[in-house]
Design a protein around this ligand. Structure first.
Ligand SMILES: Cc1ncc(COP(=O)(O)O)c(C=O)c1O
Length: 426
């Protein structure tokens, strides 16, 4: 029993039963059956605690939402101070917090991006990006990659996997086309008709297990876009905010996207906010009809305060150095674990602290995820390729905790290998 003031939480079994009855039976049962019966209780820094008391190092971080740690003290302080003056504000009017964050975002981004539109979450921001591209080009078609994941709102869901769009009759095959990742010929063919408003690309597709773009692939896609009058939307929801060792992953490719989308970690997991950065070419609707996209919570002022603090922390030279240091430390540690399990742990996909671990079994990452859970680490498998484990350590992880993490991963990967019945498990 825990008294939280406005409610009292019962035992873990009671919470699970209440969740099954009043919240989401499908999700609740899925995790119970997967052997990960996690109900997050305490959370602090890069740790979460299950209601049973089990402590876990969090390397899921909800897709990077907690890049700076759970309840980062600097963020808590900024928001607590901010809440003395602000609430979410009124989205119809200009506001000091919204304007200040917009300026900070624009100053952090490639120079061609000049205006910011706010959403309350990533999906809404993607919808805004797609609507913006359609307005700017007066074209309807959108091209994304097979196994893309851009969220579950009205337009965003149509860019992604059938599993999520068909269930709600939200697939729109006549307007939304998908081409395989890293296949330039397919992209060329999709754009050749000159009727595509935008190509939308995660810089590294997260839910697909972080397959890395082939050298020159994204650059060539951008060139194709320019040739065919198509806009390039960079979805930086998982790759932005210093995770690749640069503020925005797309700049490592020398690409100036027409539209850039950020969310998740933007407000440090303390208050939801997402943002779309657009070029002058795409910003026309903001003058034509500034009320054309409406969102009561988009650009909520408390979220703006959290986001400004987040941007400031992510932009510090010491944060960048830490990301580069941790990326190398983990690269070496993971290579050693691979060497010890060569027939099972078959690949590491890595760009900075965007890391995918590949296992030689159709559900390999689901098995490893369960074993990690038993060994005090929470990392999630890739929904659209469960061979690959998403491994997203915090940007501010201490070297000691990184070493502890590697020790736990080494033990869990080996026991998962035995569990999977991998060939010749020694
Ligand atoms: C790359 C990417 N884009 C967009 C989204 C959608 O964000 P949200 O869940 O906040 O709607 C996600 C969510 O996981 C994502 O990973």
């Amino acid at each position: 029993m825990h008294d939280y003031g406005v409610f009292t939480a019962g035992s873990k079994a009671e919470v699970l039963e209440q969740s099954r009855e009043f919240w989401n039976p499908g999700k609740t049962d899925f995790w119970a059956e997967s052997g990960v019966d996690l109900v997050i209780d305490r959370r602090e820094s890069y740790f979460i605690w299950d209601m049973s008391g089990l402590r876990l190092i969090d390397v899921h971080l909800n897709g990077g939402t907690y890049n700076l740690g759970h309840r980062n003290p600097e963020l808590v302080e900024a928001i607590t101070t901010g809440m003395r003056s602000f609430d979410i504000g009124n989205h119809h009017f200009p506001s000091s917090a919204r304007a200040a964050l917009a300026e900070a975002l624009i100053r952090s981004a490639p120079p061609n991006l000049t205006k910011v539109v706010y959403g309350s979450g990533g999906g809404e921001a993607i919808d805004i990006a797609l609507k913006t591209a359609r307005h700017a080009t007066k074209r309807r078609k959108i091209v994304s990659i097979v196994k893309a994941y851009h969220g579950h709102t009205g337009l965003a869901v149509a860019t992604g996997d059938d599993r999520f769009s068909r269930l709600f009759l939200s697939d729109r095959p006549e307007e939304f086309t998908q081409v395989p990742f890293n296949d330039l010929a397919a992209m060329e063919q999709a754009l050749a008709g000159g009727d595509v408003a935008a190509v939308i690309m995660e810089t590294i597709p997260a839910t697909y297990g972080f397959p890395l773009p082939d050298p020159g692939y994204l650059e060539a896609v951008k060139a194709l876009c320019e040739r065919h009058g198509t806009l390039y939307i960079a979805d930086e929801v998982q790759t932005g905010l210093m995770r690749t060792g640069e503020m925005w992953g797309i700049t490592k490719h020398g690409i100036e996207p027409d539209i850039l989308v950020t969310g998740k970690g933007l407000s440090g997991g303390m208050y939801p906010i997402a943002a779309v950065l657009v070029s002058e070419r795409c910003a026309g609707w903001l003058t034509e009809d500034g009320f054309a996209h409406m969102s009561t919570f988009g650009g909520a002022e408390v979220g703006c305060i959290a986001a400004m603090k987040t941007l400031e922390i992510c932009g510090r030279p010491e944060t960048r150095s830490m990301v580069h240091y941790l990326a190398e430390l983990l690269r070496e540690g993971l290579a050693q674990i691979r060497e010890d399990n060569p027939d099972w742990f078959v690949g590491v996909r890595q760009d900075g602290l965007v890391i995918g671990l590949e296992f030689d079994h159709p559900q390999g990452a689901m098995i490893v995820s369960r074993h990690l859970y038993e060994h005090g680490v929470w990392a999630i498998f890739s929904t659209l390729d469960p061979r690959v484990l998403q491994f997203k350590p915090g940007l501010l992880l201490t070297p000691d905790l990184a070493e502890e993490l590697l020790d736990r991963v080494a033990v869990a990967v080996a026991s998962a290998r035995t569990d999977s019945g991998a060939r010749g498990a020694a």
